[in-house]
Design a protein around this ligand. Sequence first.
Ligand code: PYC
Length: 315
Amino acid sequence: MSLRRVSAIDSHTGGEPTRVVTAGGPDLGRGTLTERLDLFRNQFDEFRSAVVNEPRGNDAMVGALLCEPSDAAADAAVIYFNNVGYLGMCGHGTIGLAVTLQYLGRLPNDCCRVETVCGVVDARLNPDGGVSIRNVPSYRSRARVPVTVPGIGEVVGDVAWGGNWFFLVSEHGQELSLARVEELTDFTWRIRRALADSGITGNGGAEIDHIELFGPPTVPGANSRNFVLCPGKAYDRSPCGTGTSAKLACLYADGKLAPGEVWRQESIVGTVFEGRVEVVDGVVHPEITGFAYVNAEIELILDDRDPFRSGIRTT
Ligand code: PYC
């Protein structure tokens, strides 16, 4: 009998879970983070599935493998993963990581430079307990792109990058309410499939694997409410850090958001991220602020005799 033990800290950011693996993860060597991601994907994908899929995790959970940074300027490095694969960057996850590091006493001066596969992200713990992250540069690559969606008709959206690729849709006729999650999941999944079938991609042919709908806010002071479909068909309970970054880049490109101006993005569960942009030499750097809470300190047990040692895989 062989039992593998994996230490992890769970948190949620605006309702969206993050599981930070602090010990017991695979040895990915000392290469660049991209090289380590390739190794993770090609040789240790069962570990990903074991950590975030049922019966230990759930479809909404984002895993974060804490690693030694390869960038001398970074304090920590992280590889994000989910129920179906890997994420280059995750906004709610980085906010969750910051409160996790604070919980572990590993956030000196309340600040941290985090190396992600998409670039370095600065995280700062604020006096009110919120966390602000300075995300990777974000931009809109195509505005008002039409796509014909079977069963729906023509949908128009912007293609934008905020650390992941998003299709952002404001005109959709859908009521964005938690009671309609099944309908919204079906609606956005159809859009995602139609984008792929029509060859509409992010830069370099990258798949657009996040779909974001916008509607009127319900929380006082918020500018907008969203529904975000994640790659593995789960919806983001938080307003989505990378999705809000993509939105900020579009608003800035449209002249609807000035540098430093605050945009409050509400999620489908009613939690809010505050966003603003700084523009340096024409490059948009989003800052996202949200709240996260540690809710479990756990040891996962991977038992050789367990038929679901590697989780219930959906891919
Ligand atoms: O907050 O960036 C984010 C995110 C991506 C997928 C789930 N959350």
